[in-house]
Design a protein around this ligand. Structure first.
Ligand code: BG6
Length: 466
């Protein structure tokens, strides 16, 4: 069993009392709400994990009304489900939780209307905890939070019903805005109520990196520069920007994917052993890992852009934003001295695969003298994060027959063999946000380091040949 990655706070043990009575999704008319959040909330309903009096209020600029919002979300949930169908009774129960309020993010008046609605009869959350979810483009987050703060309609207190805030990446759009946002948040809420989301941390296969390394005795002794030749992370997507051209053209692959998802996966795969699996211990180790990444140099990068990118809606016709990156990292610590970390990440690649491979060194001595058998393909452990989630260990074996020949063979493990479906990452993100389990979220100092790293990388993209 996977050990719960939870902070040892009283709150995490008493989630019933700290459970919010309403979740407000800012940006409810957008791609994320439709593709991920609402389908994941519906899945939580199916699992019986939503409290009876829990409402979901969509808030966005696009004019809409609750009835139509429900209808649109029914379509979204059907599209997201493998069968394409909805369970009528379940949908009935779930959709009665859904409401919609139209408003401007940066207008106090809209904010007041929203809170009147939250306290009113339809929603009935006058004094309970409110969970705010920022599913907004990076530039809209700061004005929205300022408006929330200035409107004074929210109880910005630290008690048991202090509001909780979940924020999607990227956090700010440059180092200065990320800093400003952190300062604003620190004024608004206790750090324990701020959940900076990276949905990769909620993927079972990413969380399993910790189990693999620290719940087994056989891997950790080999997990260092004496035995490992390189670490390779491939994160290939077959999709393009999927209608998010305006956002993506500013973020590019670095800020959309590398400075968050890639760094988190690498950190879990390569950090030192944490004292425990609680949020602070994990965060300390991850931060230590980020800090040991050596400064990147021009020769460490290759950037690319997929054909047709500049014809995507809302992408500048002469955009030079990279949608692909290959990167070599060096990690300045004792464990990884001299071991290159290779990262490849991008969109519109031939197939979707996210995989991390630990490439081991060739066997140090050879008993098969003078033959090509020595130095035969070294061992590799590939951890498949998605799809076809699982793990493969490649090794050499004697080929059957009278001659001494070696063959490559694999030990394969597929999650599907365990007989249960892997949950969608957003189910875990949302459930932890609702219950107040902060272990899977970024902490502020990790984020500053990652933003700094992203900035270093983007410096090299400016002016490079794509
Ligand atoms: C998001 C990025 O964070 O992750 C998207 O903004 C990307 O551009 C997505 O497509 C990938 O997530 P997943 O879970 O499909 O690998």
């Amino acid at each position: 069993m996977f050990p719960a990655i939870r902070m040892n706070t009283n709150e995490s043990h008493s989630h019933k009392t700290s459970t919010p009575c309403v979740m407000v999704i800012f940006g409810a008319s957008g791609h994320l709400a439709r593709r991920k959040l609402i389908p994941a909330l519906y899945a939580l309903e199916r699992r019986g994990l939503l409290e009876e009096h829990f409402s979901i209020v969509g808030f966005a600029r696009t004019p809409n009304v609750t009835a139509r919002f429900r209808k649109e979300m029914a379509d979204a949930v059907s599209e997201a489900s493998s069968s394409g169908r909805l369970d009528a009774a379940l949908w009935q129960r779930f959709s009665s939780r859904l409401h919609y309020v139209t408003g401007e993010y940066d207008q106090v008046e809209s904010c007041r209307r929203l809170h009147e609605f939250l306290a009113g009869a339809d929603c009935g959350c006058a004094r309970g905890r409110i969970l705010y979810y920022m599913a907004l483009p990076p530039r809209a987050v700061e004005p929205t939070l300022r408006t929330l703060y200035d409107s004074r309609c929210i109880p910005w207190h630290k008690g048991a019903s202090a509001p909780r805030l979940m924020i999607e990446k990227p956090f700010g759009w440059d180092a200065a805005s990320a800093c400003r946002l952190n300062r604003l948040l620190a004024r608004m809420l206790p750090e324990s109520q701020i959940y900076r989301i990276d949905h990769y941390l909620a993927k079972d296969t990413v969380r399993n990196l910790l189990v693999l390394r620290f719940a087994n005795a056989i891997f950790e002794p080999l997990w260092n520069c004496a035995h490992v030749d390189s670490v390779q992370l491939t994160a290939a997507e077959d999709v393009g920007v999927e209608g998010r051209g305006a956002y993506y053209d500013e973020a590019g692959v670095v800020r959309d994917y590398v400075q968050n998802h890639v760094l988190q996966v690498l950190a879990l795969a390569a950090m030192e052993r944490p004292e425990s699996a609680d949020a602070q211990a994990l965060s300390d180790r991850k931060l230590e890992f980020f800090e040991s990444i050596a400064p990147v140099r021009r020769g460490d990068f290759v950037f690319g852009q997929y054909r047709g990118y500049t014809r995507e809606p809302h992408v500048a016709a002469r955009s030079r934003t990279p949608t692909f990156l290959a990167l070599r990292l060096r990690v300045n610590n004792r464990r990884w001295k001299g071991v290159p970390f290779y990262v490849r990440a991008g969109k519109r690649l031939p197939r979707k695969v996210t995989e991390i491979t630990i490439q081991f060194k060739t066997a140090p001595t050879c008993v098969f003298d003078g033959r090509a058998l020595c130095g035969h393909a070294p061992n590799a452990l590939s951890i498949r994060i998605q799809p076809a989630e699982g793990m493969r260990l490649s090794f050499s074996t004697k080929a059957p027959g009278l001659d001494d020949e070696l063959r490559r063979a694999n030990l394969d493990f597929r999650y599907s063999q365990l007989g249960a479906e892997l949950p969608e990452a957003y189910e875990k993100v949302l459930l932890d946000g609702i219950r107040g389990h902060p272990g899977l979220f970024w902490q502020a100092d990790e984020l500053s380091r990652a933003t700094g790293f992203g900035l270093e990388c983007t410096r090299f993209w400016t002016g490079c040949e794509i």
